[in-house]
Write a protein that binds this ligand. Structure first.
Ligand code: SUD
Ligand code: ADP
Length: 284
C-alpha cells in the first residue's frame, strides 16, 4: 500500500520574540500561514522493521537526522508498530530557508503514517507528537493560518479569507535558527509587531492592513549578519510588492502581491540577482 502527502512551506506574517525561557527556547507570538510550494512524500509499507528515506535532493540527510525519519521512528516507538516504511521525499522547498521544509515533511510523515498504519491518532495528539520533533511541526500538522504562542506549539486557528500572490526569494546563504535566536536581544527590539492586529486584519480580509502589519523581530539579527537579505527586501518593495518580510529566522524574504499583473515584473526583477525565486499563491 502507498500513501501520498503534500508538505507545504510556511511563512511567518508576524513574529515577535518575548523572552528566553529557562529551557533555552524563546517564548514567541507568531502568525503563520502556508503557501503552495510543497514537498511531496510517498510512503510505502515495508514488511520488516526498518525506516528507509530516499530523495531526489542530494543535499539533505537521509539518516536519523532527517525529520521525516524521526517522525516515523517516534510513531513506531509510541504505538508499537512492527512493520517498516520507505518514505520518498520529493523536495521542492529550499532547505534551511525559514520556510519549515523539514518540519512540514515531519508533519506530513505523521499524518501519512497515521493513515498507512490505521492508527486513528487524533489531530491534537499528532500535534503533541510533532512538538517533540520541533517547534514548527505542530503548526505544520494542521496547516491553515494560525496564531502560535509558547515556543510555537500552542495554536489558535485564524480564519483567513485572504487570497494573494506570494513571491519567495532565497539568497544563497545558510542561516542557523539556533544562532539567530542565540543572537537575539529582547532589549534591542525597536518595534514589536502586534499579533492581535495582524489576526484582526487577516480575519477582516483587509489585505492592505495585513501588509502594513507585517513584522519580524528576528530580521534585526539576520539582516545585520547578512546585509544581502536587507537588499533583497528593499528590492522586493522597489519592484512593487505590496508588503515584504523575512520569513522565520531567514534568509528567505517573501513579498505579498495582490495584482497578478505585477507578479512577472517582480519575479523577473528579483531573478536578476537571486537564483532561487518562486511565485506562488497563499494557501487558504
Ligand atoms: C524561527 C521559526 C519561526 O517559525 O522558524 P524557522 O526559521 O526555523 O523556519 C521557528 O521558531 C523555529 O522553529 P524550528 O525550526 O522548528 O525550531 P526547533 O527545531 O524547535 O529549534 C531549533 C533551535 O532554535 C531555537 N528556538 C526555536 C524555537 C523557539 N521558540 N525558541 C528558540 O530558541 C533553539 O535554540 C532551538 O534549539
Ligand atoms: N526532510 C528534511 N528536509 C529538509 N531539511 C531537513 C529534513 N530533515 C532534516 N533536515 C535538516 O534540517 C535543517 C533545517 O531545515 P529546514 O526545515 O528546511 O529549515 P528551516 O527550519 O529554516 O525552515 C537543515 O539543516 C536540514 O539538513
Amino acid at each position: 500500500m502507498k500513501i501520498y502527502e503534500k508538505a507545504p512551506a510556511k511563512i511567518n506574517l508576524m513574529l515577535d520574540v518575548l523572552h528566553k525561557r529557562p529551557d533555552g527556547f524563546h517564548e514567541v507570538e507568531m502568525v503563520m500561514t502556508m503557501v503552495d510550494l510543497a514537498d511531496r512524500l510517498e510512503m510505502s509499507e515495508l514488511p520488516r522493521d526498518t525506516i528507509i528515506i530516499t530523495s531526489q535532493a542530494g543535499y539533505i540527510p537521509l539518516d536519523e537526522k532527517n525529520l521525516a525519519f524521526q517522525a516515523a521512528r517516534l510513531i513506531k516507538d509510541r504505538y508499537d508498530v512492527r512493520s517498516g516504511v520507505h518514505i520518498h521525499l520529493d523536495k521542492k522547498i529550499p532547505v534551511a530557508a525559514g520556510l519549515a521544509g523539514g518540519s512540514s515533511d515531519a508533519a506530513a510523515a505523521l499524518r501519512g503514517l497515521n493513515r498507512l498504519w490505521n492508527l486513528n491518532i487524533p489531530m491534537q495528539e499528532l500535534q503533541e507528537l510533532g512538538a517533540e520533533l520541533g517547534s514548527d511541526v505542530p503548526f505544520c500538522v494542521t496547516g491553515g493560518t494560525a496564531l502560535a504562542t509558547g515556543r510555537g506549539e500552542k495554536l489558535a486557528k485564524v480564519d483567513n479569507p485572504l487570497s494573494c500572490w506570494v513571491i519567495l526569494a532565497k539568497p544563497p546563504i545558510n542561516v542557523s535558527t539556533a544562532e539567530v535566536y542565540g543572537k537575539f536581544r529582547a532589549a534591542e527590539v525597536k518595534r514589536h509587531p502586534s499579533a492581535e492586529q495582524m489576526v484582526k486584519a487577516i480575519e477582516a480580509g483587509d489585505f492592505g492592513a495585513v501588509c502594513e502589519r507585517l513584522g519580524n523581530v528576528l530580521e534585526d539579527v539576520t539582516l545585520k549578519l547578512h546585509p544581502q537579505v536587507a537588499q533583497l527586501k528593499e528590492a522586493m518593495l522597489r519592484l512593487g510588492a505590496d508588503g515584504a518580510l523575512m520569513s522565520g529566522s531567514g534568509p528567505t524574504v517573501f513579498g505579498l502581491v495582490y495584482k497578478e499583473s505585477k507578479v512577472a515584473r517582480i519575479y523577473n526583477g528579483l531573478r536578476g540577482f537571486c537564483r532561487e525565486v518562486y511565485a506562488v499563491r497563499l494557501l487558504t
